[in-house]
Design a protein around this ligand. Structure first.
Ligand code: ADP
Ligand code: TRP
Length: 328
């Protein structure tokens, strides 16, 4: 059976961007593929989180994965740091990764610009660790948002290079996976750009009704169109994009027609959007709050996931060691 793998760093709560860009595909794919969904806690160390925050964030993402509908009986849900095999593969890939190409990765260059006093080696080798995450299970598909495309290209590069160096056809190139024909980008409500934690514009799955409403009502708009059937300015387009994602088609069409007829009332549209986001989040939020306190259950899920992941990882590593020339 073909394999699917993806991970998210534990740096807070999941938001609508994470859900529609990534987690929604996880839930869909678990029925038809052998799936591995993990929490990338090693990756999050590049920012030196406090131990208690790291611990809490891992539990948060674990409960949010489950609340979104990832089923631990179907998919292996695990914590990256429970799968030590990844570190060994990370070391091997680092031996074949060149300084120049790692320095050219856009997200690395961005970090160098934004945090010049913390350009650590973990940041530089972020793509090799991600490649190890993926290739330790020889995953065929990786559901991720558009922003991960360059890391995916690096993973494919490291897979090809390993094959070339050792003259084997061992690793297949992992493919990015999107539910629709192009990668989803959930926009923010602050006028431009994507929804994200660091952008400070996120609506979280766990947000309550009042918080959702407050965030949506604050969304940037303008004084409205003055001519019919005009293209929408970015902040308005973003509002419509989110509505297209969470609301019914008929609701979207209603407001879109109003816009095109220059009769749009943004206040009404925002109220509707807030209600629809809340209707979407409410059942998930309830499950998050329920699961969040159940440490025993979360620990059991992580243990079960780690066992499944270990079996798969151990097999790859045995073969890789043999290929490299270690005695087994
Ligand atoms: P954040 O940008 O909030 O820090 P992450 O970088 O941890 O989120 O992203 C985790 C996953 O969610 C990745 O697969 C990423 O592509 C996806 N993702 C994050 N934000 C969005 C968004 N606004 N639209 C679509 N996908 C997103
Ligand atoms: N880099 C991803 C992010 O920032 C997280 C991640 C780490 C990942 N390892 C991965 C995603 C392997 C997919 C596959 O969101």
């Amino acid at each position: 059976m073909e394999k699917v793998l993806s991970g998210i760093r534990p740096t807070g709560n999941l938001h609508l961007g994470n859900y529609f860009g990534a987690v929604k595909s996880f839930v869909k794919l678990q029925d038809d593929f052998e799936c591995f969904f993990f929490i990338a806690d090693w990756h999050s160390l590049t920012t030196h989180p406090k131990p208690e925050n790291l611990r809490e964030s891992v539990k948060t993402i674990l409960s949010e994965y489950l609340a979104c509908g990832i089923d631990p009986e179907k998919a292996a849900i695990y914590v990256q740091s429970d799968l030590k095999q990844v570190l060994e593969l990370y070391l091997y890939f680092n031996m074949n990764a060149y300084l120049g190409e790692l320095e050219r990765v856009t997200s690395f260059k961005e970090k160098v610009r934004k945090q010049p006093d913390n350009v650590n080696a973990g940041l530089l080798t972020y793509p090799t660790l991600m490649a190890a995450d993926i290739l330790i299970h020889k995953a065929d598909y990786v559901p991720v948002g558009k922003d991960q495309e360059q890391n995916m290209e690096m993973a494919r590069l490291f897979a090809r290079r390993f094959n070339r160096i050792y003259e084997v056809e061992y690793f297949a190139e992992p493919k990015s996976f999107h539910l629709s024909d192009k990668a989803v980008k959930v926009p923010g409500l602050d006028g431009s750009g994507k929804m994200g934690k660091s952008e400070g514009n996120a609506i979280y799955l766990v947000d309550d009704e009042a918080t959702i409403r407050k965030k949506v009502m604050r969304a940037v708009t303008d004084s409205g169109p003055v001519e019919p059937n005009q293209p929408k300015p970015e902040p308005i387009q973003n509002l419509f994009t989110i509505m297209e994602i969470v609301s019914d088609r008929s609701t979207f069409d209603y407001f879109n027609d109003k816009y095109n007829a220059c009769e749009i009332r943004y206040g009404d549209m925002k109220k509707q959007l807030a209600a629809d986001i809340n209707a979407f989040c409410a059942p998930i939020r309830e499950r998050i709050l329920d699961l969040r306190g159940n440490d025993d259950y979360l620990a059991r899920v992580a243990r079960l996931g780690a066992e499944k992941a270990e079996a798969s990882a151990e097999k790859t590593l045995r073969e890789v060691r043999q290929i490299i020339g270690f005695r087994n």
